[in-house]
Design a binder for this molecule. Structure first.
Ligand SMILES: [Zn+2]
Length: 129
């Protein structure tokens, strides 16, 4: 199984899990290539510090997006949406532009990254104590 380095605590403990969306309930073969109207949700979680986020890949009407949701406990959710230039969908290197949200309010990229860095510092300090 693929493992990723956690950006909060640095351990190789991030494990992605596929989350079946409503679209895929009647479709056991969820590894089919993206079609128009498809969505794929993955949940990443770190077993060391508890950092986690969701990625939701969606494509419909020729618009390809990947939404990343960082859960913030009781605080608003940090969310950013990558708009991907077709036809090279699904490769983050080809992101056309990003939208950044705190809860449902659009915020600047700088403010968003500040909040993410603060969140990761908090997680790291919790797990190194
Ligand atoms: Zn971690």
């Amino acid at each position: 199984m693929e493992k990723l380095q956690c950006k909060a605590c640095g351990s190789i403990s991030m494990v992605p899990m596929d989350v079946l969306g409503d679209d895929e309930e009647n479709e056991p073969n969820a590894s089919a290539p993206d079609q128009d109207g498809n969505s794929q949700t993955r949940f990443y979680t770190c077993h060391v510090c508890g950092d986690n986020w969701l990625s939701v890949k969606e494509s419909h009407m020729g618009d390809h997006t990947v939404t990343f949701v960082h859960q913030m406990g009781m605080s608003p959710e940090l969310k950013r949406i990558a708009h991907i230039e077709p036809p090279a969908a699904a490769r983050s290197a080809n992101v056309d532009y990003w939208e950044y949200y705190l809860d449902d309010e659009e915020i600047s990229a700088e403010a968003w990254h500040d909040k993410l860095i603060t969140r990761r510092k908090v997680l790291k300090s919790i797990c190194s104590n």
